[in-house]
Design a protein around this ligand. Structure first.
Ligand SMILES: [Zn+2]
Length: 457
């Protein structure tokens, strides 16, 4: 082959079925060759001996809250945190930015903000809310990855819950547009009434909050969404599933022919209802943290291959909004920097999950499901998005290493593994030894067209 722009030598490449020592040559931001000894010489060479080369992480679920609530996080700080954790791509949720991303104008504004500030590549989710059916096609034309709907109160009046008719009509339209629908699956009817009862009775603890959003509410909503997806022929993805039974419902529907998938989050894999009580509102999220049996069941689902995506659902807010009890505090967990490092320690280290599985959970699974061509995998032709990681290093996560605008997370003190030596985006080093190396260079990611009739997942 011709001379490369860059050759990464002697690292251990983590590929879908194996991890092996190999060189990797990069031309024009893409992987041009990989193998035991790539003959090409690069204008630049990186000595990766002793390091593991993982595909740059893909986090399909973050809330960077820009424009409009940059004081809650912001794209610059959020994407820097991702780069520091070895991630090179993310997809931003249609809330809690202001405006919410439910029409083309809001999409354009968020895209411009991300192009100006993002240190890694980004995709944008549109929102499906009552009354915005006509906005779906313009959003798809602009490159929206798909549409997120809430089946319960989102906490933001600007982003109302999708009732059953909105979901059914939205899914039918999305099936025509070949766009995937994402649901926050908790039943508005069950959660609404239980929340009202808890508030009336003055029940405000972490346990009370969890009891107001029981597994039943999640399972009922997942079931209904799966049914509507099957009826409409729409692709469905259930975000942040917190229960093993929820994953099972999705797996069963998929086996029956529904184009369905789901994700879970590090907090459901690492933390339990007991932790929510001990940690306080920093661990408040919806669905709430569950008993240990669910945590263990989610790991089992990963081991069985039923659960192939772990997303952070990074959803920060200013500390003052986290100051109250579990009833009044803002719900949302900050965690996008530590997703992969937590899985490297707790998945690989403690549960014996193979490294390629962690690469899949944190990169390849989301890239495949959401049709992010060239992302999430080390293969010839793919974008040269790389994380060079020292797996010998493990430590207790400290607040002062976080790049979030507000250094808060329920994972503080958790063991993590895999110091990121370098993060490369399309062949360029964007972060080295914990420091950004240049201005923001993230680009918009849009879903690839389907090839023929082929299912992508
Ligand atoms: Zn979310």
């Amino acid at each position: 082959m011709a001379d490369a722009d860059l050759v990464v030598r002697g690292g251990t490449l983590v590929r879908p079925n194996a991890a092996e020592r190999a060189d990797l040559a990069i031309v024009d931001g893409r992987i041009a060759a990989l193998g035991r000894e790539v003959a090409a010489t690069g204008a630049e060479e990186i000595d990766a001996a002793g390091l593991w080369v993982l595909p740059g992480g893909v986090d399909p679920h973050v809330h960077f809250n820009e424009p409009g609530r940059t004081d809650w996080e912001g794209i610059a700080t959020g994407s820097e945190a991702l780069a520091a954790g070895g991630f090179t791509a993310y997809a931003d949720m249609p809330l809690n930015s202001d405006p919410v991303t439910t029409d083309a104008d809001a999409f354009d504004r968020k895209r411009a903000a991300a192009e100006a500030a993002s240190h890694v590549d980004f995709g944008l989710w549109g929102g499906l809310v009552p009354g915005n059916l006509r906005e779906l096609e313009p959003l798809v034309r602009r490159g929206a990855l798909g549409f997120k709907a809430f089946m319960c109160d989102s906490g933001l009046p600007a982003f109302p819950a999708a009732d059953d008719l909105t979901l059914a009509e939205g899914m039918r339209r999305c099936a025509e547009l070949d766009a995937i629908v994402l649901v926050h699956a908790e039943s508005a009817a069950l959660v609404g009434e239980l929340t009202r009862r808890a508030a009336t009775a003055g029940r405000r603890s972490a346990r009370d909050f969890a009891a107001s959003r029981p597994a039943l509410a999640e399972l009922e909503a997942i079931n209904r969404a799966l049914f509507l997806a099957g009826e409409t022929g729409c692709a469905l993805h259930v975000v942040h599933v917190s229960t093993a039974r929820g994953v099972e419902l999705v797996a069963r529907a998929r086996a029956a022919g529904v184009d369905a998938s789901c994700e879970t989050c590090p907090h459901y894999l690492l933390l339990t209802a007991d932790d929510a009580e001990a940690l306080g509102a920093v661990a408040k999220c919806a669905p709430p943290l569950r008993p240990a049996a669910d945590r263990d069941g989610l790991w089992t689902a990963i081991e069985r291959g039923e659960l192939t995506i772990v997303a952070s659902d990074h959803s920060p807010c200013p500390p003052e909004l986290k100051a109250g009890d579990h009833l009044s505090a803002w719900g949302g967990i900050s965690g996008c920097q530590s997703t992969r490092q937590l899985l490297l320690e707790h998945g690989c280290g403690r549960r014996g999950l193979p490294l390629p599985a962690v690469a899949g959970l944190t990169a390849g699974g989301a890239a495949r499901r959401f049709r992010l061509a060239g992302k999430g995998v080390l293969e010839v032709g793919a974008d040269a998005d790389l994380a060079l990681v020292d797996l010998d290093r493990s430590w207790d996560l400290a607040l002062d290493e976080l790049r979030y605008r507000h250094r808060q997370t329920p994972f503080a003190g958790q063991r993590v593994r895999g110091r990121v030596a370098r993060t490369l985006l399309r062949g360029r080093t964007v972060l080295r030894d914990g420091r950004l190396t240049g201005p923001p260079s993230g680009r918009l990611l849009t879903p690839a067209q389907r090839s023929g009739d082929q299912r992508t997942w």
